[in-house]
Structure formats: C-alpha cells, structure tokens
Design a protein around this ligand. Structure first.
Ligand code: SAH
Length: 509
C-alpha cells in the first residue's frame, strides 16, 4: 500500500530567488516532485537534485498552458502516488495565485496540504522600486486589486467608488498591463485627481526590473510608450513620490543584462549569486547535469594501491572523487601517499577546498600537454597512475601513461548527461532577451547543441554574446560553428564572470 503524499503550497517570491523563505527552502529540500509556475525563478528549480521530478504548469513556449483543473488533477495524482510535492507559485500562493482553489480541491480529496506563504510582488516590487507601501501622512492603507480583464468579470467586480476616493491610501494593481488605460480613466471619472502620483513596475525584483513614474493622468500612456509587458504592477498614491528620497541608483556593471548560465544547476548557485550581485538578471538554463558514479571495481583496486599518482582534470573529478572516497570509508592519510597532477585553475581550487595541493600542473591547460609533460618529466615504469574521470572525455592521458610503462587505473567517479529542458525552461529561453551566454566547458556547448538542434543553436549563438571559459571550450564552440565574443583570462567561473563584466564594459564604451 502506498501512503498518500503531501502537498506543500509554497510561495516562491516575486522573481529574485533570494526572496524565498527559509521555511520554503526546507520544504523544497524534502520534496521529490515539484510543480512550478511561470513566474517562479528557474534558479529555484534547476538547483534541485536530479531525483526530483519536475512538472511545469505555466505557459509553454507555444503559449499553451495547463488549465487549473489539469493542474489540480496533476497534484492529486502525484499525491496519490505517495509523492511529497512542492507546488511552487510566484509571490504568495494566496494572493491572486489561485492557491486557494488548489488547497480546497486537494483537501476535498483528502490530501494533506501545508501552505508556506511567500513574498508577494505587490510588496517586494514596491520595496525594490523604493516605494513604501504605506507611509505616515501619505498613505494610511493599501488596497490590492487585480485588474485582469479576462474572463471578464474582475474589472466590474472592483469597488470603483471606494477606489476613486482612495486618495489617502495606496492602490496596487496586479495583472493590469492591458487594462491600465481603462482603470485610470475610471478612477479619474470617479473623481480621483489626475495629478496623483503613479508608477508601473515591470519585472519587479529581477535584474532587468524597470520602473516608470508618472501621474494617474499619464501613466497608462507612458507605460504604453515604454512597451511594458507582463509581469508588471501598477501603484497609485502619494507614496510613489517618496521613491526619489529612497532609491539610490547604483551603477552596477551588469544592470539590465540577462545572462544565461549553462553550467549544471547544482554547481552554479555561487555563480548565479555573483552575477545577480553585479546587477544581472540570471537565466539559469543548465545544458548538462552530472551525477556521482560508483565504480565498485575501480574503488576496490584503488583500495589496494599504496601510492602513485592521482590525476585530476576537472573540478567535478575532484568533487566526486572525494565524495566517493568518503562514502567508501576513506581515510585522508592514505591519499598522502600519492602525488597529485591536475589541469585547470578550477580543479586546483577544488583540491584546495579538500586541503590538497597539486604537485604538477602542465605549462598549458590541455590534456595533451599534461600527457606529454607528465611522461617526459617523470619515470613511470611500474608506477600506479589513477586517472580520475567522468564518463565523457578522452583517454589521451591514459594511453600516454600506459605507453610510458605506468600501471593505469581509470577511476570513473561521475557521469555527465545532457540536461533535459522541460516546458518551463523552453518557454523561458524563448521569451528572454539574452545578452550573453556563458559556457564553462566543452560539454556545456555540446549539451546546448543537442538540446536546441544544430540550426537553432546556430541562430542563437549568432544573436548573443558568447563567453567562453578558456581555449578548450572555445575550440569546441568553433567546431560547433560559433565564435566567442570573449574568452576568460583565468579559466575558472570567477574568470568567466570577470570576462562578462569586461565584455559589457567595452560594449558601453
Ligand atoms: N501570487 C503572485 C501574483 C500572481 S498574479 C504574487 O503574490 O505576487 C500575476 C501578477 O502578479 C502579474 O500579472 C503581475 O501583475 C504581478 N507580478 C508577479 N510577479 C511580478 C514581478 N516580478 N514584477 C511585477 N509584477 C509581478
């Protein structure tokens, strides 16, 4: 008998993934399925472990979206199968989010539901725009309205008389991009002063947030001229004027830029964070995924070795090697008997995190140079060489060492897959205006080619700035028909971030 699962109805915040609550994060960490909406930050989804089943419930790239009844049925089905489900919704689930409908339906079907509130756009969007929701002397109350025109009812449901007289308060409007002209006209017709300060906040809390300031009488026109698109909110009230005294326009180097990051989500949290701090809007679209691999036979053979060389060629190799080593009950004193060779600054950094220094790095960071220089500089007859590796990649090093007489043990510690893009990821890719894409390895390039297909890949890389981590990745990119706009000087993710900043600095000049 399967036990029935549970649904956590979670508010994921308005866009900036940092605005999710600690409690929501805890619930996410314990779930094995996630059903997410369009306005939920992809960062929160792609950083979940691979075992978590993902379902997208928002609009697809072809604009088709699941009906509410289909979403309800999906949640019910997953719960009946015994899953612990994170139902991730933008902002707060109960604020114009149909979370109530989902909760009522699930409860009615005997499913356990726990609601975890979220930071709603009508609060966070204003905060990021420097507009206090209420303010002594200017606004004594706030009214949240939805000004959605379809299915047709809501606009006429609004208490127009009350709203027109709401001059001592703040009106925050959700879903009102299309109806803003009608809303403002009706407020003015009802007696509200045309000079009442007003604002439109587009993509609030995101790196490419934009704020339009005006008056009740002209805000609809201004928003129309600026081509405002959803998601956007409008704010009407005296509090809008306080923005000038609160907001300090920071000159962040990547402000307004959308940067796509192709690195596996589980390894990219720090990069996402750093890019966001520089002002960028991060588009988290991993093109590959990695997973630890247990090579029983290999680890048994490694157990028996009493020294030799450990050869690492990637950060993943290091990370998964130590994970495997510790899982096998390893004792670090054993590793002291080995010399260590590595390529790549990222690899060295990863070794350092485990407290190891590398004994040998080649003069150039390629596997060929490593193979040549290692074999010419050391005696290998009868020496153990443990080549720590993933499932992809070459065997140049193994072949060269064997030829030099070494006893080579290829130890496979991880697997690399092409990431699966669900509808949510495809929709985000189709809709975003991507200013740059970063590739942190050849396999991230290959992954994107496989996901998009050659023709679309070609089209994409011609339309955006391509940032490469180093010469090896750039070569693979060239083989795929692309050309990097800039290559990182230091071949680490920090180096990539510096290159992004440098690229846009030059772009500005
Ligand atoms: N439950 C959500 C609201 C869902 S309705 C919440 O609590 O925030 C969707 C509407 O919310 C959008 O049409 C828009 O008006 C508003 N919205 C959501 N995210 C937004 C954002 N990042 N910036 C501006 N408006 C946003």
């Amino acid at each position: 008998m399967t036990t029935i699962g549970k649904v956590f109805l979670i508010g994921a915040g308005p866009g900036d993934p940092g605005l999710i609550t600690v409690k929501a994060k805890e619930a996410l960490a314990g779930c094995d399925a996630v059903v997410y909406d369009r306005l939920v930050s992809l960062e929160l989804v792609v950083t979940l472990p691979r075992r978590v089943k993902r379902y997208y419930a928002g609009k697809s790239a072809g604009k088709h979206s699941l009906k509410q009844s289909q979403i309800n049925e999906l949640l019910l089905k997953l719960a009946k199968e015994g899953h612990t489900i994170a139902r991730l919704k933008g902002g707060d689930p109960f604020v114009f989010g149909r979370g109530g409908e989902e909760a009522v339906f699930l409860r009615g079907n005997g499913i356990d539901v726990e609601v975890i509130p979220g930071v709603t756009a009508g609060i966070a969007g204003l905060a990021y725009a420097g507009i206090p929701l209420t303010h002594r002397g200017k606004s004594a109350y706030a009214i949240f309205i939805t000004a959605h025109e379809a299915p047709g009812k809501e606009l006429s449901d609004l208490p127009w008389e009350l709203l027109s007289g709401a001059e001592k308060g703040t009106i925050v409007g959700y879903m009102g991009v299309k109806t803003l002209p009608e809303v403002t006209e009706r407020l003015i017709a009802g007696g509200m002063d045309e000079e009442t300060p007003a604002a439109v906040i587009e993509r609030g809390t995101l790196g490419n947030q934009s704020v339009i300031i005006g008056k009740l009488g002209n805000i609809a026109l201004k928003a129309g001229e600026a081509g405002v698109k959803p998601p956007a909110l409008f704010v009407i009230g005296e509090v809008v004027e306080l923005r000038d005294s609160i907001i300090v326009e920071e000159d962040k180097p990547l402000a307004g830029k959308t940067i796509m990051v192709t690195r596996p989500g589980g390894q990219a949290a720090e990069i996402y964070h750093k890019l966001r701090k520089l002002g960028a809007e991060v588009l988290a679209l991993p093109t590959i995924a990695t997973e630890g691999y247990l090579d029983n036979e290999g680890w048994k053979r490694f157990e028996r070795l009493r020294g030799g060389w450990l050869i690492f060629t990637s950060e993943n190799g290091v990370k998964y090697f130590f994970q495997g080593f510790l899982r096998e009950g390893g004792d670090f004193r054993r590793i002291a008997k080995f010399s260590i060779a590595s390529i790549g600054a990222g690899t060295e950094k990863a070794l350092k995190q485990y407290g190891f220094k590398t004994d040998f790095v080649p003069s150039k960071y390629t596997v060929n140079t490593l193979a040549e220089e290692l074999t010419s500089e050391y005696e290998w007859k009868g020496v153990n060489a443990v080549r720590v590796r993933g499932n992809l990649g070459d065997d140049i090093i193994e072949a060269a060492l064997e030829k030099a007489g070494a006893k080579v043990l290829p130890l496979e510690v991880y697997l690399t897959f092409t990431a699966e893009w669900d509808e949510g990821m495809r929709a985000a890719f189709a809709e975003a205006e991507i200013d740059a894409v970063t590739f942190s390895s050849g396999s991230t390039v290959a992954g994107l080619v496989e996901i998009l297909g050659e023709a679309e890949f070609q089209c994409f890389i011609e339309s955006t700035a391509v940032i490469s981590i180093g010469p090896v990745t750039s070569d693979i990119l060239r083989q795929a028909g692309g050309e990097p706009a800039i290559e990182a000087k230091v071949h680490t993710m920090e180096g990539v971030i510096d290159a992004v900043v440098e690229y846009f600095r030059e772009d500005k000049e």
